[in-house]
Design a protein around this ligand. Structure first.
Ligand SMILES: Nc1ncnc2c1ncn2[C@@H]1O[C@H](COP(=O)(O)OP(=O)(O)OP(=O)(O)O)[C@@H](O)[C@H]1O
Ligand SMILES: [Mg+2]
Length: 290
């Protein structure tokens, strides 16, 4: 994939800075005093239960929603100071609902990522072709996007995001509709972009994908940041059991040596009061209850 802008390496500001941001919707506080920085060069995964505020936080970072209090900056500039064109030059967004509702060809949809930017057209064909290839949808290029399967549509939307060539990518559950291979491929592409200097923020429900592919995890619960840090720091069995109200154990991936989360039955010792365990402190001792 084409490298993102070189200036990202030179910019000392965090790609995304959310400062004491709170937001109420429909009379309910959905984000509560969020303080968060996301760096260039990293994949940051937002995790947390349904309704925790992940998509709302991503919308805040995208500039689609304004906080009631606090503020958000991209590359050191307050969102309210950025024009629509400047926003599109900074960040690309893959929404949680990426259903394509218009009868465009797949290639046209991907090309729309370019149209959002004021980019010299000379590279358009190359970038669109690369984006189609990365998402493994070259064979679908001339298909009506509305006739695609759910996973094919998601891959088309991801390719559109890639074609936008921004240094900040905001992906809301991009793998939810994807098969195993394409989950891995998409997140490997995200990692490659981060290694090349981009800031990737990805909402994931699959904690194992988050553990395997993210540099940093942010666990949201009830509109607040419950924990943030490396996968081993955040994916503590006791914390996850409490936040998700679902007993889990934390094992070690046999090859990747990252955490692996397995759910457990709600009976027996593990479910006893959803008591915290400290398996993640000593990953090699983590065990799955018999
Ligand atoms: N326009 C709205 N009016 C009222 N409540 C809203 C509105 N938009 C979102 N909410 C509420 O804000 C909370 C956070 O929503 P959000 O979509 O950010 O959750 P999420 O963490 O992305 O959840 P999921 O994992 O289900 O996608 C939810 O309780 C949701 O019902
Ligand atoms: Mg969501």
């Amino acid at each position: 994939m084409t490298s993102p802008h070189d200036e990202t390496h030179a910019n000392p500001e965090p790609a995304i800075a959310v400062v004491m941001a709170s937001l109420s919707l429909g009379g309910r506080r959905v984000l509560n005093a969020i303080d968060l920085e996301c760096a260039y060069g990293h994949v940051t995964a937002l995790i947390g239960p349904n309704g925790a505020g992940k998509s709302t936080l991503l919308s805040l970072a995208a500039g689609d929603v304004r906080p009631d209090t606090g503020h958000v900056s991209l590359a050191g500039r307050r969102l309210e100071d950025l024009s629509v064109a400047e926003l599109a030059a900074h960040r690309a967004v893959m929404p949680q609902d990426s259903v394509l509702r218009f009868a465009y060809q797949v290639e046209e949809v991907v090309r729309m990522g370019r149209a959002l930017r004021d980019l010299p057209p000379a590279r358009d064909d190359t970038v669109v072709t690369e984006s189609l290839r990365t998402a493994e949808i070259e064979h679908l290029a001339s298909r009506d996007a509305m006739t695609l399967s759910g996973g094919e549509q998601a891959r088309t939307t991801f390719a559109r995001v890639l074609a936008q060539e921004t240094s900040i990518l905001l992906l809301d559950e991009p793998t939810a509709a994807l098969d195993l291979r394409h989950q891995e491929r998409l997140l490997r592409s995200a990692r490659a972009l981060a290694r090349a200097g981009s800031c990737v923020v990805v909402v994931l429900h699959d904690l194992n994908l988050a553990a395997a592919h993210a540099d940093r995890l942010v666990l949201l619960a009830d509109g607040g940041v419950e924990a943030q840090g490396t996968p081993w720091q955040v994916l503590d069995a006791g914390r996850l059991t409490r936040v998700y109200r679902q007993p889990v154990s934390v094992l070690t991936h046999p090859r990747r040596h990252c955490p692996v989360i397995v759910t457990c039955d709600a009976e027996g010792d593990d479910a006893e009061g959803l008591a915290p365990s400290h398996e993640a402190d000593n990953p090699m001792e983590a065990s799955f209850p018999s």
